[in-house]
Design a protein around this ligand. Structure first.
Ligand SMILES: [Zn+2]
Length: 124
């Protein structure tokens, strides 16, 4: 439950304080609080795209069902409206799908807590 709440609030799954996103579409590479790297593997964005696909498909199906049963619009008009809704849902849900994917990466062990003594080139 804690991890789900952190994903919805777009907070770091490790510490729960640092923000995953700098803006709506710009994801931080590291947590500003605990400094973990969110997606060490650049291929992680592919996993988030699967979630985008799931969101778009769900919106597509719900919008299609509503339009098909409640309106008498032409197929082309329905297709245009459904496509716009599907694309808009992906854009609106972009930070949430990335946050959820970050939590999944954390659960699968893909995010390591930083070691306490991480001084590059230092003596300690
Ligand atoms: Zn953190």
């Amino acid at each position: 439950m804690t991890l789900i709440a952190r994903a919805i609030r777009r907070k770091c799954p490790v510490c729960g304080c640092g923000s995953i996103f700098a803006s709506h579409f710009r994801m931080n590479r590291n947590c500003p609080q605990c400094n973990v790297v969110f997606w060490a593997d650049p291929g992680e964005s592919l996993g988030a795209m699967y979630l985008d696909y799931a969101v778009a498909t769900a919106v597509f199906l719900v919008a299609w069902a509503i339009l098909a049963w409640t309106t008498a619009l032409s197929d082309f008009a329905q297709w245009i409206i459904i496509s716009i809704l599907a694309v808009a849902s992906v854009l609106v849900c972009y930070p949430i799908t990335r946050s959820i994917w970050t939590v999944l990466v954390y659960i699968s062990g893909g995010i390591e807590r930083p070691r306490l003594r991480m001084v590059r080139g230092g003596r300690t």
